[in-house]
Write a protein that binds this ligand. Structure first.
Ligand SMILES: Nc1nc2c(ncn2[C@@H]2O[C@H](COP(=O)(O)OP(=O)(O)OP(=O)(O)O)[C@@H](O)[C@H]2O)c(=O)[nH]1
Ligand SMILES: [Mg+2]
Length: 200
């Protein structure tokens, strides 16, 4: 049966809004882990095994057990409510894959920048990228065991973030924690958009 564009079968409800979100940050901070933890579909991964070729290039300090790296992107989907579905795109963490970012960033309403406090500076390139493009983002500190615990205001100061950029702690392996990060980002992106509209 053809329901056309506006007519939908009884009980089908309105189509949910689909929102695109990027998950960025330095090498090995847990981007693939986060997308996998929240995704309700089997996440698409483009992992390649880390090989001898990467020795001296890929800095494995802190993630010595890491065996693979993302070469193109991670993709996952999460339904937040009846009217909101998030599509997640995890970026590759290594500098040599920067060319993928512009494609991935198209149409994204915001970005999660994952950070590891043992290697905080690794998220500077991601932060610069989103600041330059005016893409709303937040910083989520992925709490690896044994990582020095910083107060959130210390992270904010160390990264020289605008006060309105949300900074929160998360565990990228836990679905509820990752979901909270995503909801905070959507709220932040909406608030930023409204503020920009008012300023126009
Ligand atoms: N202990 C601990 N390990 C984690 C956590 N998050 C990720 N890991 C581990 O850290 C390693 C790196 O995780 P990935 O999710 O591959 O990181 P990534 O950011 O996608 O890495 P690239 O795509 O290579 O940049 C993996 O071995 C994970 O199992 C965490 O919160 N705690
Ligand atoms: Mg990855």
């Amino acid at each position: 049966m053809d329901y056309g564009h506006s007519e939908r079968p009884p009980g089908a409800g309105a189509l949910p809004t689909a929102i695109k979100i990027l998950v960025a940050g330095g090498f090995g901070v847990g981007k693939t882990t986060l997308v996998g933890a929240v995704s309700e579909t089997r996440p698409l991964r483009t992992e390649e095994v880390l090989t001898e070729t990467g020795v001296g290039i890929d800095d494995l300090s802190g993630v010595e057990t890491k065996r693979t790296t993302t070469v193109a992107m991670d993709f996952g989907r999460i339904t937040i409510s009846d009217d909101l579905v998030l599509y997640l795109f995890g970026t590759p963490g290594q500098d040599r894959f920067w060319f993928v970012w512009d494609e991935l960033a198209l149409g994204a309403i915001g970005a999660v920048v994952l950070a590891d406090t043992r290697r905080l500076a690794d998220c500077f390139p991601s932060i610069d990228y989103f600041e330059e493009r005016g893409t709303p983002f937040l910083v989520a500190v992925n709490c690896f065991e044994g990582a020095r615990k910083f107060r959130l205001d210390e992270v904010q100061a160390a990264l020289n973030l605008d006060p309105e950029v949300p900074v929160l702690l998360c565990d990228a392996r836990r679905r509820e924690s990752a979901k909270e990060v995503l909801i905070t980002l959507v709220e932040h992106a909406m608030k930023t958009r409204d503020a920009r509209r008012r300023a126009e």
